[in-house]
Write a protein that binds this ligand. Structure first.
Ligand code: NAD
Length: 515
């Protein structure tokens, strides 16, 4: 299949990477298995140089103020949309996902850009808070950007996951040094161009690529705050390293996301909606559903409809909207998915549909796969497959479904399908996950950029999106002043005189219910 990404375009994009090593690494195009390009490899020294330049650029960017940053970001939003064709081609070529799922990335990236362009000033405005002693103390809180934010991103959703961290960091007045995964770096650089062309200084948002341990560690060491998105083992290492210098970090990690189908659903309708939740980007999505717990009363009808729909998905490599599911991104991903399926089958699971690689479609294609009879000794029971494999398990009642959903080290995303949204909301409150979707798998929460997104338990620390997502990137500074109305006691004699009055004040404040 021919790629719409020309060699000239690729070399122009990769020249934006900060790299002085003179060495390159080969990036493979998932649809073909052929080399896509040679990516320049960055070094720890490159990170240091980029960080120093970014810190210089940050001073002017911060002083330019919210109104300027808002104008630049809104212009970049429009450029992202104007460059839709090129961005979708790049995303598909680098990741192997379908055009629809590439568009979801662009939609999410544009949404988060609009959101922070329009909300940064409001969230970060200096505000009065109640003084400790009414009339005598007056208090304000203001926010100072951290300075340099380090962002480390994975290969699966390179555009949207980058912008979810980079844009609020910039909107708050910070600079960014980002370590891209080699796979996906072009998509990041292509979207970054829209921001540079809109007026973000090039040095303010530097992108590096290369080995995770060398370049990733250098990013952590250089930054005043770190955002990591990736696997739980790597995220844990990043968190520990950041903690050594008391650098704050948000960690967006893995999941083993459950979907509960309650007994009051229309099984066919529920199945049609549930399928999309499991196979977006062929399951290579942190919030993808890998476990379905279905109430026994609807289990047969739901499973039948679910399997029929999965079997009919159009799979292939096409830079248009003619396919429903695409390819896995790499040979390593194919190996991991095959291993999980083979292990499950060897230990007694049943493949209801799928279960096979599809070399006839491309080197890393694997069929959307539905398993049943998955038990705790199988690898795919508790470990993230991060691929197109979902296990359906009938449950006797709601309590059993909730207990099974929560019986995991992870707590990233979950979903509840029900004929009653109110009932589903009550169930959602009992699920230990950072996001819970009702009658949707992940898109309801993923698109809600005004609401926090993140993981409980081993799925992470901190939250992106919403006010929480920008408050990560600032230091709160409290400025409180004595109004001079009254002098606070300093000597024993002054305390002796005033403690009665101050005790009466405490009683009065409580009586008046004044915070
Ligand atoms: P990964 O942890 O292997 O790599 C992520 C990034 O970290 C890459 O850029 C990599 O080069 C870099 N890295 C590797 N070693 C490093 C080190 N020692 N220090 C610093 N950086 C280092 O993850 P992956 O395989 O690229 O991504 C898949 C995983 O990411 C899955 O577990 C998935 O669930 C998770 N993920 C989570 C979210 C979320 O928002 N919670 C989103 C997408 C992916």
């Amino acid at each position: 299949m021919s790629t719409a990404l020309t060699a000239v375009k690729i070399s122009s994009l990769s020249s934006d990477l900060v790299s002085s090593s003179g060495t390159t690494a080969t990036v493979i195009a998932p649809f073909t298995g052929l080399p896509l390009h040679e990516i320049p490899v960055s070094t720890a020294q490159d990170v240091g140089d980029a960080a120093a330049a970014a810190r210089v650029a940050q001073v002017a960017w911060r002083s330019a103020g919210f109104a300027h940053r808002r104008e630049v970001l809104l212009k970049a939003h429009d450029l992202l949309l104007a460059r839709k064709g090129e961005l979708l081609d790049t995303l598909q070529t680098e990741t192997g996902k379908t055009r629809g799922q590439a568009f979801e990335e662009l939609f999410s990236g544009a949404s988060v850009t609009r959101y922070y362009a329009l909300s940064a000033r409001r969230v970060l405005a200096t505000r009065r808070r109640r003084g400790g002693i009414p009339v005598v103390v007056e208090t304000r809180v203001s926010y100072k950007p951290k300075g340099l934010v380090g962002v480390i991103t994975p290969w699966n959703y390179p555009l949207s996951l980058s912008l979810m961290d980079v844009i609020p960091a910039l909107a708050a007045g910070n600079a960014v040094v980002q370590k891209a995964d080699n796979q996906g770096a072009l998509s990041i650089l292509a979207s970054r161009r829209a921001f540079i062309d809109a007026g973000v200084p090039a040095a303010l948002w530097a992108v590096v690529a290369g080995p995770g341990d060398e370049v990733g560690n250098a990013v952590v060491d250089a930054a005043d705050y770190v955002c990591f998105t990736g696997s739980t083992p790597t995220g844990t290492k990043v968190g520990v390293r950041a903690a050594e210098s008391l650098t704050g970090a948000s960690l967006e990690l893995g999941g083993k996301n459950p979907l509960i189908v309650l007994g009051d659903v229309d099984p066919a309708k529920a199945a049609a909606n549930a399928v999309y939740s499991c196979f977006s980007s062929l399951g290579q999505l942190c919030v993808s559903i890998e476990r379905v717990y279905v109430h026994a009363t609807v289990a047969d009808a739901f499973t039948k409809a679910f399997v029929a729909r999965v079997s009919s998905l159009a799979q292939g490599a096409a830079l248009d909207y003619s396919t429903d599911v695409g390819s896995l991104t790499s040979a390593a991903q194919l190996e991991r998915v095959q291993e999980h399926v083979d292990d499950a089958v060897a230990k007694g699971a049943t493949v209801l549909t799928g279960g096979r690689a599809r070399p006839d479609l491309g080197p890393y294609f694997f069929e959307p796969t539905v398993l049943t009879g998955v038990t705790s000794e199988m690898k795919c029971f508790a470990n993230e497959t991060f691929g197109p494999v979902v296990a359906i398990t009938p449950v006797a009642n709601e309590d059993e479904a909730i207990a099974a959903a929560n019986a995991t080290q992870f707590g990233l995303n979950a979903s509840v399908f029900s004929g009653s949204r109110a009932h589903a909301r009550a169930v959602a409150l009992r699920i230990d996950a950072g996001s819970v979707n009702i009658n949707e798998g992940y898109r309801a929460t993923f698109s809600s950029v005004d609401a926090p997104m993140g993981g409980m338990k081993q799925s992470g620390l901190g939250r992106r999106n919403g006010p929480e997502g920008i408050l990560r990137f600032v230091e709160a500074r409290t400025i409180a002043e004595s109004t001079g109305v009254m002098t606070l006691p300093r000597t024993g004699a002054e305390f002796a005189k005033m403690t009665g009055l101050m005790t009466t004040l405490l009683v009065t404040l409580k009586t008046l219910r004044r915070r």
